[in-house]
Every structure is written in structure tokens, then in C-alpha cells.
Design a protein around this ligand. Sequence first.
Ligand code: MRU
Length: 336
Amino acid sequence: MEKTIYFEEDAVVILDQTKLPGQVVFEKIETIDQAAEAIKKLKVRGAPLIGVAAAFALAMAVKKYSGPEQVLEANFRDWKNTLASTRPTAVNLFWALERMERVYRENRKKPLAELGNTLKAEAEAMYQEDIEANKALGDFGQELLKPGSTVLTICNAGALATCGHGTALGVIRSGAQRGKIDRVYACETRPLLQGARLTVWELMQDKIPVTLITDNMAGYTMKTKKIDAVIAGADCIAANGDTANKIGTSTLAVLADYYDIPFYIAAPMSTINTELPSGDSIPIEERDPDEVRQIRGSFVTVPQVEVFSPAFDVTSNELIDAIITEKGVFRPPYAF
Ligand code: MRU
């Protein structure tokens, strides 16, 4: 699997996920504005990767900075605000920006080159920690799966959405490594088709059997295909376990409840925001209506039609059988 992000001298290189699976294209990011645009346009996406990408971008900007030392402070604030304005639901973004700011403040008195290198090292540590967290949560999560499992998932919570291994797909991958996965049903995930474009590509690369369904086939698939578990990622988990994830996730949870199928969320601890008491306080991103009006740039409806396009929904904690993290598996009532 290709790396999703890396440093190259004074630039950040990202795998452009909007071009997958047709083309594997890497893009050089050299400014904060380019980084913010790449996050907004979903060239880099998935809550954990968004956080690490923002950290890489901040480190890059400080490393490249050559203006007066007194103005760095104001610049740093602007860069952080620009990055923070990109994807409001992805809590890892804010977690990563706060962590970078803390390291910036602790090392602010150091010579500029040393400060830049320290921030780069911190961003690289986040990258490594994310992979390790995903492997650990994968190990915990696979214990919930029995041999011969058929699992349904939505969006892409895989290696592409993280720094490696993935969260929901991390559990599936760890299960597959132990021979427990018979098949994965991947919801296509309209409007931007992260399931059809990314999850299918990723699982096929790993030779994990995958069947693509459109989102509205999920109920019939649960009824007829002996689904053993639904596993999804998360963009934000509130203190009571309510979980924001890709739009359509809560529909799957309601269906899974009806068909008596376990519904699991897999996410690193950095996706949990205990300052938010419940899902009601999670901000939900709304996206450009043209993403719904069009598929891959072509209109599929009357171009002027009004559109509602929330990027995420919130699944109530009572519909979630377990939240799988690198610290272990949490069960209701949730207390992190
Ligand atoms: O809009 P996206 O593609 O960034 O949405 C991604 C998801 O909903 C993922 O499930 C979530 O961020 C977790 S990724 C490990």
C-alpha cells in the first residue's frame, strides 16, 4: 500500500485520493493554503490522516519561514486557523493542531531551524503513533470476529484514511491476517464514493474478498447475506459514545439493530472528545451541493435543484455495541 503522506525536503507530499483508483498521483504541498485546499477537496481525507496532514503542514511552514522572528507568532496563528477551518467534524484535526501548538510554545525560544526540526519530529511521531494505534486497535477488534466472518462497512476507514493499517479496515485487516474474514461488503458511499473508489481498491490490493453495494442495498444485504458485523470508523466520538461518521453510518446502525447484527465503531483515542457531552454538540460539516448534483463531474440531476449535503451523521450510543480503540474495547455505558 502506498504511503498516504510524507515529507520531502521542505515540502509535504500527499497521495491525491480524489484520483484513485484510476490514477496513483502524488502531489507536492508547499504552502499552508495548498494544504488547506487539499484537505477541503478530500485529496487527503479520513479524520486521523487529516490531523497528521495538518501537523505536517504546520511543521513545513515553520521550517520554511524566513521572515522576521517577531511576526512568526502571528503567522503561526493564521496557519493554524486556516487549517482549522477546513473540516469541522474531524476532531483529530483540532487534536493535532493543539498538540503542534503546545510543542511550538514549549520550543518557541529555540533558534528557528531547531524549532522547525522539533515540529517536524513531532509530526513524524504522530504519523508513527497513528500506525501503532491502528495495529493495536486492529488486534483488539479482531477478537470480536469469529472465523468465516462477513463484515459490512461504509466509506473508507482504511490505510488511506490514516497513516497505515486503518481503523475499521484495520480491524478487518487484522481479522483477515488471522483467516477470519470471508468477505467484506463495501457501501459505495455517495456522494464522493470513498467506498467504491478507495475501500474496494485497498481491500483488493490486500486480496481481501470484497463485494461492492450501493448504499441503499445495505438493508437487503443484511437480510440476505448473513452479515456477522458492521464496522465503521469515526470522525468524532462524544463523551457518551455518540459517534459522528460518514453520512449513512447511522442508517446502517439502525438497520443492524433491526437485523440483530453487532455494530462496531473503530477509532483511535484521539477521535474521542470528552469535552462534548453528546452527539448533539458535534458540528456537522455540510458540503458543496454540486457533490450531490454530480458524479465525477457530470450532472445526474437538474443542475439548479436545491440540495442538502451533510457529510456526516451521528449514531446514538445505544446503537453501538462496542467502540474499539488502541486502549481496548469499550462497551456501553461508555466512559473513556
Ligand atoms: O469525508 P471523509 O472521506 O474524510 O470521511 C471519512 C470517514 O467518514 C471515516 O470513516 C472517518 O474519518 C474515519 S477514517 C479512519
